[in-house]
Design a protein around this ligand. Structure first.
Ligand code: LLP
Length: 455
């Protein structure tokens, strides 16, 4: 199953058909365009923003995440070109890539941030965001997290249940604060690139069922201790077509209009994230269709609008460089064993995600299709299957493309493997943006109780 297939169910009733998101050629497909941001090939070498990736790998070792600050900047500007203005805010969904350097860049570009834990809150603060620039999303915020969010005066809490609203009311009364709270509605719309990242249908844990939203909103508004901030939806991730967005937003708008007509304040509508990227080609999203969809649903309204894009801001701006350990052939299958593994990039095995895999140096040769596999002791430990790649040998370097989103943030230490480090290219210079982990760092996390030795 290709991750980017949009599953069109429950949305047939969407009144208007809209063009699918279009995609623009990525810089690396245009080999002679040195000035464009991101990855491209020059003289058969894979490069990023004026630097050869093999030189970066030499300097920092592998496996290694490499991000282009210029490509992230270009993605953000592409979004602001279709979604900006006095009453429009972009909250970068930092779960996609929460390295402090990426956050600082987003902050400098003018974004707000969507957080889902107090860990993310701490990162956002460390990167320079003010609490007022944050939206706190998530289906399971603990009372401690909500207490901290309220006392920090976070810009908006997106609540997902009656129980959560009641907790917020109790905490607000105890603190004397008046938190701004929006309700996340579940519009019962199925969209998203994979069942594990589809969040808009009623059989998922997300949001408040549409038919309960009105009563809960009124309950919240009449509590006297919450500032009703509006409504929110987020129907899933890796969405390649605007139809589902439009259906969800129309649903939310209807709900908001009804509340406004009854005299309730619904200042802001949060349209969520979810815009997909084209993993097969590396083409970047032409967001015009997205902007058109927003205007189609909200053009004639006074609502303040917010969005929470994650993947579309960073995915194409990063790659994972990995080095070949050895190559072996079993029967008629070629296995290229590399030093990057499922603990470095879990998406291929977790979501059957396709990431393009490119040799850093291209040379004309043919060989069997290759499975690019890591050293972890699981058959599911692969970065790509059946790939058409040239002959490869130990020490050759490969780049796993479109890995800037949900790559490094989902790393683990499985098999006691130190996590891949990260580098960001800024103005033609590669900067380390995370420290290399040592095995000793991992061992230092564990504790052997002395009483074990008396058994
Ligand atoms: N807002 C909320 C409430 C979310 O839950 C998410 C993503 C976003 C915004 C950002 O969505 P985006 O623009 O990035 O699609 N690990 C998965 C993706 C999980 C997405 C979770 N929520 C993957 O690697 O595909």
């Amino acid at each position: 199953m290709h991750l980017y297939c949009y599953q069109q169910q429950h949305v047939a009733s969407a009144a208007t058909l809209i063009a699918p998101l279009k995609y623009l050629p990525a810089p690396h497909l245009i080999s002679d365009l040195m000035t464009m941001a991101g990855f491209y090939r020059e003289n058969d070498q894979l490069c990023v923003d004026g630097l050869r990736l093999d030189a970066i790998a030499d300097q920092f070792g592998t496996p290694l995440y490499v991000y282009s600050a210029a490509a992230i900047t270009a993605n953000y500007h592409a979004m602001t070109a279709v979604f900006s203005g006095k009453n429009r805010r972009i909250h970068y969904a930092m779960k996609a890539n929460s390295n402090l350097a990426v956050l600082r860049l987003m902050q400098n570009l003018g974004a707000g941030v969507d957080i889902v834990s107090m860990g993310e809150f701490a990162r956002a603060i460390a990167a320079g965001f003010a609490p007022e620039q944050m939206v706190f999303s998530g289906v399971g915020k603990t009372p401690d997290e909500l207490r901290a969010a309220i006392s920090a005066k976070i810009g908006q809490i997106n609540a997902e249940s009656q129980a959560e609203i009641d907790t917020i009311i109790a905490l607000a009364k105890a603190s004397g604060e008046q938190p701004a709270v929006a309700l996340r509605i579940n519009p019962d719309i199925q969209a998203g690139g994979h069942a594990k990242i589809s969040t808009g249908s009623s059989d998922t844990k997300f949001g408040i069922p549409g038919h309960l939203a009105r009563d809960i909103y009124i309950h919240m508004a009449e509590s006297g201790v919450i500032r009703p901030a509006g409504l929110a939806v987020h129907i899933g991730s890796q969405i390649m077509d605007c139809t589902g967005f439009i259906a969800a937003w129309q649903y939310m708008r209807q709900c908001a209009d009804d509340l406004v007509n009854d005299g309730y304040s619904v200042p802001c509508l949060d349209l969520g994230g979810g815009i997909g990227v084209d993993y097969m080609t590396g083409q970047t999203a032409d967001l015009l269709a997205f902007g058109d969809a927003v205007n189609q649903v909200f053009g004639q309204s006074d609502y303040h609008l917010a969005i929470e894009p994650g993947r579309s801001m960073v995915a194409e701006a990063g790659c994972l460089i990995t080095q070949v350990i050895n190559v072996k052939t079993n029967e008629d299958k070629r296995f290229v064993v590399v030093d990057g593994a499922m603990n470095d990039l879990i998406r291929p095995t977790l979501y059957e995600a396709h990431h393009r895999i490119e040799p850093l140096a291209v040379h004309p040769s043919h060989d069997l299709p290759a499975d690019i596999v890591g050293p972890v002791c699981e058959t599911g430990d692969y970065l790509g299957l059946g790939r058409d790649l040239p002959a490869l040998a130990a020490n050759d370097l490969l780049a796993v493309m479109s890995a800037g989103a949900y790559g490094a943030v989902m790393r683990s230490n499985y098999n006691t493997r130190p996590m891949a480090a990260e580098v960001m290219v800024i103005d033609g210079t590669a900067h380390r943006i995370s420290k290399p982990q040592q095995v000793s760092d991992l061992l230092a996390m564990d504790i052997i109780p002395a009483s074990l030795d008396t058994i």
